[in-house]
Design a protein around this ligand. Sequence first.
Ligand code: ELE
Length: 213
Amino acid sequence: MGVKTEKLLSILTLQPVIPVLAVDSVATAIPLARALVAGGLKAIEITLRTEAALDAIRAVADEVEGAEVGSGTILNAAQFEKAMRAGSKFIVTPGTTQELLDVSRKAPVPLLPGAATVSEVMSLREEGYSVMKFFPAEQSGGAAFLKSVSSPLAGTSFCPTGGITPANAKSYLSLPNVVCVGGSWVAPKELVTAGDWKAITRLAEEACALTAS
Ligand SMILES: O=C(O)C(=O)C[C@H](O)[C@H](O)COP(=O)(O)O
């Protein structure tokens, strides 16, 4: 089924910030997703870093109107397939392996593949990818790195993730080769634990406003 760039971009362009979540239970995932959607963040990435992740993806896909739920921290083909069966609309990987490229090519769901170096980006371009996750963004050179590669790697766009905050998000979002950024700051653990969904909706609204530069 190829690389599915248009499908991926239709999700990544919904908003400037993709919330990256690690959820401990389905019971918190649903109100959390609803709070983010209410604040304008429809595309939501639930990482496979918790036991509850797959059930949470299924529940958000089935029950949260307006949400476009994807899976993150996908490390291998088995996880890719489980995440897809749970209803993920997109798949995000921190880096890229041949196994992941093979499973993705046959899947109906688009992949946002991770890359952190020029050579990794070039390898993904050879596979037909033009939209990638730049991870870990701050630690790998940040916005300055993306600015430097914009001309030699023209035609490639990024969703930088890792170390992004409301304070530095605009330095990324102002770059022409950045589609959106990923970040966990919109769902802080304290607010999730306290069930303060209104505060999370406010953070989501603030994240949405980051586009208006
Ligand atoms: O697991 C993955 O695939 C990741 O993307 C790792 C991190 O959870 C994100 O990079 C979010 O990072 P922070 O916004 O810095 O908290």
